[in-house]
Design a protein around this ligand. Sequence first.
Ligand code: F6R
Length: 608
Amino acid sequence: MCGIVAYIGPKDATPFLLEGLARLEYRGYDSAGVAVTGRSGGIKLRKVKGRVADLAADVPARFKGTTGIGHTRWATHGVPSDANAHPHLDNADRIAVVHNGIIENADELRAKLTAEGVVFRSETDTEVLAHLIAAHVTEGGELEDAVRAALGRVVGTYGIAVLDAEQPDRIVVARNGSPIVLGIGEKEMFVASDVSALVRYTRQVVHLEDGELATVRADGFRTFTADARTTHRQPSTVDWDIDSFDTAGYEHFLLKEIHEQPGSVERTLSGRLDERFATAHLGGLNLDARELREIRRVKILGCGSAYYAGEMGAQLIEELARIPAHSEPASEFRYRNPVIEADTLYVAVSQSGETYDTLAAVQEIKRKGGRVLGVVNTVGSAIARECDGGIYLHAGPEVSVASTKAFTSTVVAFALLALHFGRIHDLSPADGRRIVSALQALPDQIREVLDQSEAIAELAAEYAESAGMMFIGRVRGYPVAREGAQKLKEISYVHAEAYPASELKHGPLALISPELPTVALVPDDELLDKNLTTLGEIKARSGRVIAVAHRRPEEKLVDHCILVPKSEPELDPLLLNIPLQLLAYHAAVALGRDVDKPRNLAKSVTVE
Ligand code: F6R
């Protein structure tokens, strides 16, 4: 999705802007642009459809200024083009604006401004903001007042950064539904929509709240509300490792992040397991044992892979704590006027902590008096701040668009929550110990699966050209199948369907043929026999089968088998999922796809 960067300080802004935009590339975009100003006055502007590298090549050496803004655009209003790329200027070329989000009353404002004589140069909703701000600029007036007045006429979501050629000593930023982070440097300030753009320059950051604005100068900032009341914001320190933003010798971020999982799982578990009482400690829940015992249901909300991780989480909670639990796409939940119950615990899942649908679902629950926990990777993100408590994943930054290590850490976090819940209900100490030991063993077991990467690459190359792939699993295996299919389709563009193995005979068996191979999750659990019967049914229809199993099924039932180490049955899905990440990755590589930035997708979906 769109990305924002800005700089003000003694140096030339352009190198930071271009580097910052390159750091935001992972979010997905189709065009990029920068605008700078300085003491010499006027605004210099460059914007192109295409990559940040194309923009950098287009920026001349004399493109210098000490105050600048930059943007990567992911088209919503109008096609990807040079004209629609941000920044957008007013007709006097005095005000420049970059914007993330959607202005809902843009058409109405555009008509009014056109009637007043404004000439539009793009099809975007953002350009409306540039003209509106310009319309409110008064002789000798402050830029921040013009921005406040303009935003007062706007309906929609935004994160914006605004330059004024007449006031080059400041940038005004505002946030409503789209993140804006200020980075505090030594006599210089940075702004971005995502800390990954800033982290090389400063670790001291301030996250703006919704409805907040800031005037940023080289020597500091002032935050305030739409009605000009000053707010007081304390900087926080980002603890992310800078190396997370490099591929560290791997061919892609995705492969690196898949291989980071032993370490990221260790961090999710770190300090949270209690061997003595066979439970988990989760300091951030903000719920005591009495409050937790009053909970009768758990409703988990997330989008895409976060929703599938929630499905695994729901099963863990039901199995270990015997509390009814269910996962639902947050994007659906928020539109169906859901019944919010006092004895239900709502859990919002998000890697980025920015997904707009998930954030909107959290806000709706809270409006109706519900209690929401967040299972979130990004510290200080909008969803994390909106929730009443939660569990941080500590998986480290995830750069590749497809989620892998955050997915795994989310399921681990749910295992901790389920264990904690279970032990204050009726999970026995022996069962608690069984889960604690299995969680401790996970990092090494993940390493064992990762060691098979080359063999899985060969398999992926053999199957990558298939017309499609079927993924099947039973009960605990079904969310694994769903996530496996999701990963394959998003990065390799191979059509993939996930079905409960039990449902195959009720329709999709008609699809089975040598052209549609099946990836079958076959854990060694109480449903093994049923799964083997399903494999027999597929083979009887000349289907090809790749089994992901703990034990190799009979030769006649499978064409290939990927073996994974056995955990406890409740935790098996975690390990069964890892080979599917590798299968998707290697299939995408075999097909020459843009693995880290798949077409049409964005890392954080900050719009509806
Ligand atoms: C899948 C994927 C998406 C995200 C979804 C939610 O690989 O990356 O399906 O999982 O957009 O994103 P977060 O977790 O940031 O809320």
